[in-house]
Design a protein around this ligand. Structure first.
Ligand code: E4P
Length: 217
């Protein structure tokens, strides 16, 4: 499973990339706002740091304007994935932009039917939002499983990019279900390494090592 970092913070991406954990990056208008940076500048910087797909989102709501914005965003770098919302206009923009050879990430997906439409429109990625469904007492992971089944039934090549992952459990469950990618804040990806028995075991090893009086270097 690929890990995408869900952030527009350069420092966070650099730090996570040191461990090889960044296969791509997703941004959205809220993350750009939080970064305080210009979208074109910060996205270009991210694309220079990361080899994999970097999602940059359009902000218009009609297809023609989305297509124009998408074309402009695609010029930033070769690894741009143009992010469009899962509306009828967004699907139209997806079809045009993928036909032109761009990667397209169809975002704000909350149902299996929406995911089916995105695949038929040629999306490179579909982004179902796990956490936001859980927020309203629906089952975000069940949606990932349903989309996996539908895409496998018809051999759709659209990659399932599980988005809005807020917990380590979301990530492990998405991996078990077979999501192609999960995008999560770097803080959540870092938490995957945590285990109380690892901390306890390391503490014991360090104490015993100190008693030997030895050094390796
Ligand atoms: C997806 O690409 C979005 O950027 C993101 O995962 C949304 O997450 P949130 O629901 O935690 O804002």
């Amino acid at each position: 499973m690929k890990f995408f970092a869900d952030t527009a913070e350069i420092d966070e991406i650099v730090a996570l990339a040191e461990t090889g954990m960044v296969d791509g990056v997703t941004t959205n208008p809220s993350l750009i706002m939080k970064s305080g940076r210009d979208i074109l500048e910060v996205t270009k910087e991210i694309c220079q740091l990361v080899d994999g797909p970097v999602s940059a989102e359009v902000v218009s709501t009609d297809a023609e304007a989305m297509i124009a914005e998408g074309r402009k965003l695609a010029k930033i770098a070769e690894n741009i994935a143009i992010k469009v919302p899962l509306t009828w206009d967004g699907l139209k923009a997806c079809k045009t932009l993928t036909t032109e050879g761009n990667m397209v990430n169809v975002t704000l997906c909350f149902s299996a039917n929406q995911a089916l439409l995105a695949a038929k429109a040629g999306a490179t990625f579909i982004s179902p939002f796990v956490g936001r469904l859980d927020d309203i007492n629906l089952d975000g992971l069940e949606l990932i499983a349903d989309i996996r089944t539908i895409y496998d039934n018809y051999d759709f090549q659209t990659q399932i990019l599980a988005a809005s992952a807020r917990t380590v459990n979301h990530i492990s469950q998405c991996a078990l279900i077979g999501a192609d990618v999960v995008t999560a804040p770097p803080s959540v990806i870092r938490k995957l390494a945590d285990h109380v028995l690892t901390d306890k075991g390391l503490d014991t090893f360090m104490k015993d090592w100190a008693k030997t009086g030895q050094k390796i270097l």
